[in-house]
Design a protein around this ligand. Structure first.
Ligand SMILES: *[C@@H]1O[C@H](CO)[C@@H](O)[C@H](O)[C@H]1NC(C)=O
Ligand SMILES: *[C@@H]1O[C@H](CO)[C@@H](O)[C@H](O)[C@H]1NC(C)=O
Ligand SMILES: *[C@@H]1O[C@H](CO)[C@@H](O)[C@H](O)[C@H]1NC(C)=O
Length: 356
């Protein structure tokens, strides 16, 4: 049986795409498309909105007015991380680095290091041809972009290099230069002088990834490089792309916005030809991420949301979190009565999907 290797990866600004809810959804009507908005019934109401980490211009027109109105009417907007805070960015950057004095060349097996280096040279060479006239018109240059993403790669921890390699594909490069939806919302919140906040600390997003052990990381990096090498050789097509993700998001297709299909940021090795011991490693990594990045995170974020709502009963909150959904897969957070439609429970909070 082929297995799906599930990854939750970090994008440029390291937002894990993840929603902290699950529910039994009714079949979607046309009019409900892309209604990634849930209402918490109280007075004034609060909202929960599923964002996506792609250029906002690709999805903005498809976001229904009720979501935009909810955003405008809310007093306080909460994100996973505060992406507009320079501290967030610098903390993320340093969390990704190897300990002082260490270098990837010292850490990685020779073969892996050599292939990594070769692949990055290839990317650097190809980058000018991957960029669009539009990007060039905005003054975005290939050298600059390459350095912004991959500069200092020799100092990064292997797991972060692996994530980086995954975001250095032609499709992803073409979408650089426009704020992603979550960042755009943060900028809008600032512009509208809303109070903003974040439910997570950088370390909480970063440390779990650093916690994969060495053999697991090497395995993941090796697989990622193999995939990229196959792509380069033209013998492999990426099974899911950012385009698919955007399409599904715009169609409000919850079932398809499952993080393990989000391969623009996520390598998804559905490969039954892996030898058994490698398959076991892939499964272990998958389990680890599930535990660390879904279950534990759900619980933590859910609790903070709940505390905020209780502390400020007269405020209207808008929680904008990444929309990666794993239906029926949230263990203790799942409603114990899953037969009720529209019902979402996050650690005791009932979210109701907003109908148009
Ligand atoms: C890494 O973790 C896996 C699964 O927990 C374990 O089997 C393996 O021995 C560990 N490897 C190292 C080098 O610690
Ligand atoms: C990388 O993966 C291939 C194929 O699974 C394997 O043959 C090779 O030994 C791996 N290399 C390293 C350094 O783990
Ligand atoms: C599956 O894995 C094998 C061995 O690692 C590799 O040779 C093959 O190219 C992979 N197939 C895909 C589609 O990645």
């Amino acid at each position: 049986m082929p297995f799906g290797w599930t990854w939750i990866l970090m994008c440029a600004l390291s937002c894990i795409s993840l929603l902290i809810f699950t529910a039994v959804f009714p079949s979607l009507q046309q009019s409900e498309l892309n209604s990634f908005l849930w209402t918490i019934k109280r007075d004034p109401p609060s909202y929960f909105f599923g964002t996506i980490h792609v250029p906002y211009t690709r999805v903005w027109d498809f976001i229904p007015d009720n979501s935009k109105k909810a955003f405008q009417q809310s007093h306080i907007v909460y994100f996973e991380l505060d992406l507009t805070d320079p501290y967030t960015i610098s903390a993320l950057t340093s969390c990704q680095l190897l300990p002082q004095g260490e270098n990837l060349q010292d850490v990685l097996p020779r073969d892996i290091y050599r292939r990594l280096k070769r692949h990055l040279e290839y990317v650097k060479l190809m980058m000018p041809s991957w960029m669009t006239p539009d990007q060039r018109g905005k003054g975005l240059y290939a050298d600059y972009l390459f350095n912004a993403i991959a500069g200092n790669w020799e100092r990064k921890r292997p797991v972060w290099v692996m994530l980086m390699v995954n975001s250095l594909t032609e499709v992803d490069i073409k979408s650089r230069g426009v704020p992603v939806l979550d960042l755009y919302l943060a900028q809008e919140a600032e512009r509208l002088r809303k109070q903003t906040g974040a439910v997570e600390k950088v370390e909480e997003q970063c440390h779990p990834l650093n916690g994969l052990n060495f053999s697991q990381v090497i395995f993941a990096l090796n697989q990622t490089l193999l995939q990229q090498e196959n792509l380069r050789a033209g013998s492999l097509q990426i099974p899911y792309t950012t385009e698919d993700l955007i399409k599904h998001y715009n169609c409000g297709d919850l079932n398809s916005i499952i993080f393990n299909h989000d391969t623009s940021q996520v390598p998804n090795f559905i490969n039954a030809t892996l030898p058994p011991h490698e398959r076991i490693t892939a499964q272990e990594i998958d389990n680890y991420f599930r535990q660390e990045l879904i279950y534990k995170r759900n619980e933590r974020m859910g609790k903070r949301v709940k505390d905020l709502l209780e502390e400020y009963p007269d405020k209207s909150f808008f929680f904008a979190f990444g929309a990666g959904i794993q239906l029926g897969d949230f263990g203790p957070l799942t409603d114990s009565q899953p037969n009720l439609p529209h019902r979402v429970v996050v650690v005791g909070i009932r979210w109701r999907r907003r109908m148009m």
